[in-house]
Design a protein around this ligand. Sequence first.
Ligand SMILES: Cc1cc2nc3c(=O)[nH]c(=O)nc-3n(C[C@H](O)[C@H](O)[C@H](O)COP(=O)(O)OP(=O)(O)OC[C@H]3O[C@@H](n4cnc5c(N)ncnc54)[C@H](O)[C@@H]3O)c2cc1C
Length: 398
Amino acid sequence: MSCSPINPDLLSKVSFPDPDLLKVADLLSLEEKAHLEKVRTFLQTEVRPNVGGYWDREEFPFDLLPKLAEYGLGEIELSGFSNLLKGLLYAEVTRADVSLSALVGIHNELIIGAIDQLGSQEHKDTWLDDLRTFKKVGCFALTEPDHGSDIAGGLATTAEKTADGWVINGEKRWIGGGTFANFAVVFARDVADKEVKGFIVEMDREGVSASKIEHKMGLRIMQNADITFDNVVVPESALMPGATTFAGTNVMLRNSRAWVGWQGAGVQLAIMDRARQYVLEREQFGKKLAKFQLVQEQIARIQSNACASLAMMAQVAWLQENGAFDMPHAAMAKSTATRYARESAALARSLGGGNGIVTEHELSKLFNDVEILYTYEGTYEINALIVGRAILGTGAFV
Ligand SMILES: Cc1cc2nc3c(=O)[nH]c(=O)nc-3n(C[C@H](O)[C@H](O)[C@H](O)COP(=O)(O)OP(=O)(O)OC[C@H]3O[C@@H](n4cnc5c(N)ncnc54)[C@H](O)[C@@H]3O)c2cc1C
């Protein structure tokens, strides 16, 4: 397959003026802001210009993992940083590449988060050190072929208790990193008490098989897998003590949903970078596109969507910091930031005209990647329904 990485000449001309016009990053301490800027420079110079070809070929850039670790991106969850810095770091990774931000976010929020918050001391001792440096990676196996939005009630994978452990049977779908992960955090329904429980299952156990889902329209660098668990025997110690009901897991999912809100904000920074650059350079009717009133309205809308999303996410970080954060906040943040991102990605793609549909100009890559943000970690609709239920006091989907 031909390779069309993002044209480095185009990138070198980008001055990337700061799209954070409401100065959300100024809420950080000076030390935190310096760290954010150091990571941003690395991502913009060493990651963003080099990932287009991987995206086209649906390949994962494994050689980048040690570099991501060097900049602390493997241990954000354990860093002790403020929630605002964590979120802005997730946004900057997304600005460089949405797939890599999915890997970094799942790794921190769902894998390290699960082990740290729900795992046993043995789980922590076994995995955390190697996870910090990306020497090991996990995948988060919740969704199934027949159960996505209704997974909490519908989850069909089973776990059956035996004398010295458990036997797991079932199928999972869409699992990010499932083709190369060392282990999976697997959710299965206990056949005895019908509760959904979380298990750590090494991917080389007998009965585990994973196959890559090919030809995705977006998030093409992330390797998503169908995984089958066929009579997989695990010891009693595989059960995560904090995940013996779905309620335990839900607390963690609330935080990971906020992470996708930051992805929604971060991708808009990339959209703004690229759309601004394009209209300043492209000429039609003897003038730069930037001179046309209709174009300026669209650029203003893209910029305003990005600022609104960042400001909303900053307030979410404040709620997290102050122990006042709940699922409706997470659902509102995720659904709104990705809705704005979807509008802005479509506007920017269209501003690119024909060039907006090729990877070389990045706009089509962003447009396609945003579709995944809109759908995963609870679709836009399901998150909107969570907000609706909180406001109206009556559920419309369960
Ligand atoms: C690229 C990608 C990566 C992913 N990574 C992971 C991963 O690492 N781990 C993991 O466990 N999962 C992962 N997922 C799964 C993801 O979370 C699900 O795709 C998502 O929850 C939606 O489920 P579904 O695809 O089965 O859609 P469905 O649930 O079938 O929904 C289809 C449509 O129906 C709508 N709908 C459903 N029910 C209702 C309702 N009651 N009211 C109104 N509308 C409704 C939905 O909003 C959607 O528009 C990933 C998905 C994708 C696409």
